[in-house]
Design a protein around this ligand. Structure first.
Ligand SMILES: Cc1ncc(COP(=O)(O)O)c(C=O)c1O
Length: 374
């Protein structure tokens, strides 16, 4: 059997990782400033993470949600404390798309409405509901096209108001910062007005923090920079440093009932242990502060750089839009300087490193960048 070939891949296979370093079998090292799509939050093979996960694997790997699993409540308590949402409840699933599916389903259950407002260029995942609110017709099949979804431009308050004032929307779903699109931020004022409009029209505000959350922007969730609260928040990626997990943080105004949501694997013992270890490391090593500090350095060093048309993002969620003459720089960073970075389209380099990334590593990257662009 062969693999179903859907991924464009580099001819590079990391076989070992530690912190922000990756090794291939021939001993070549790479510095990872992408974290496998923003997933590696506490560094590869962090010793505490490895210890907790190993111990859990040796004790109990899985049992279903038909029985109690106190690791889930431990995770919920720690997440509530660190995220600033202690009065919300947590539903655990297995991926970002699944978290968004459940969030939209909950909003629809809670309001009795079917429609969802989403934003141009949004990416929310590839399962049917999630891809329905994703603004990319190339990845949406005829089966996934959803007549209940309307897209309006990000930061266009008039367009939002026109739709929400109809009083027919269950939810507005917004990324804390649009990632796949190439790092585009909702402004603080836009999010504040969105909050007010949602309250006025009985619409649930769903913040997709799957890429922008978990400390990456210098606060636990990106929408918190605007000083607002969402009704539902979705998380995944950095939540368990690579162990598959997704989470839906649900406001106290939404009440659960048995059977309303469910999953076989969601909240399993190994996933919870991994997610707990991540939060423990984040707290112990003050990683949210580190994301703000190293992020500020990147901004100072690369904003206004001769190769950069526009520097976008906050903290360690960075989009570097290149001037046309520097397109191709990402390949050179990889093959000549051995840095893993991400992309959005042809001309945006995305940096989404582990929150443990050191100032020294950031400085090495900037040095390599300057050498290649001088
Ligand atoms: C903002 C956002 N939402 C949802 C998803 C989907 O997450 P997953 O690939 O875990 O389903 C992604 C993945 O890139 C994302 O960036």
């Amino acid at each position: 059997m062969e693999l179903f070939n859907v991924y464009k891949q580099w001819d590079i296979e990391p076989v070992k990782g530690l912190g922000t370093t990756l090794w291939t079998a021939d001993g070549q090292t790479y510095t990872d400033l992408y974290g496998g799509h923003a997933v590696i939050s506490v560094g590869h093979c962090h010793p505490h993470y490895v210890e907790v996960l190993t111990q859990q694997a040796q004790t109990l790997g899985f049992y279903s949600n038909a029985v109690k699993n106190s690791l889930q409540s431990t995770l919920a308590a720690k997440l509530g404390e660190l995220s600033g949402y202690p009065d919300y409840s947590l539903f655990l699933c297995n991926s970002g798309a699944e978290a968004n599916e459940n969030a939209l389903k909950l909003a629809s259950f809670a309001t009795g409405r079917a429609k969802v407002l989403a934003f141009c260029k949004a990416f929310h995942g590839r399962t049917s509901g999630a891809v329905g609110v994703t603004d990319n017709p190339k990845i949406r099949s005829a089966f996934n096209a959803n007549p209940n979804v309307t897209f309006v431009p990000l930061n266009d308050l008039d367009a939002v108001e026109k739709e929400l004032s109809q009083g027919t929307y269950a939810a507005v779903i917004v990324e804390g910062i649009q990632g796949v699109a190439g790092i585009f931020e909702p402004t603080d004022e836009f999010l504040q007005s969105l909050r007010i409009l949602c309250d006025k029209t009985g619409t649930m505000l769903v913040a997709d923090e799957i890429q922008s959350g978990y400390g990456r922007t210098g606060l636990f969730f990106a929408h918190q920079h605007a000083g607002i609260k969402a009704d539902i928040i979705t998380t995944a990626k950095g939540m368990a440093n690579g162990f598959p997990i997704g989470g839906v943080l649900i406001g106290p105004n939404i009440k659960p009932s048995y059977g309303m949501l469910g999953t076989t694997f969601g909240g399993n013992h190994l996933a919870c242990a991994a997610a707990i270890a991540v939060l423990e490391i984040m707290k112990e090593e003050r990683l949210v502060e580190n994301a703000a500090k190293v992020g500020a350095y990147f901004k100072e060093a690369l904003q206004g750089d001769k190769a950069v048309k526009e520097y976008r993002g906050r903290g360690l969620m960075i989009g570097l839009e290149l001037k046309p003459e520097y397109v191709g720089l990402r390949d050179r960073l990889l093959f000549e300087k051995h840095f893993f970075t991400g992309a959005a389209g042809e001309n945006v380099i995305r940096l989404l490193p582990s929150l443990t990334v050191s100032m020294e590593t950031a400085e090495e990257f900037v040095k390599a960048w300057k050498e290649l662009t001088k």
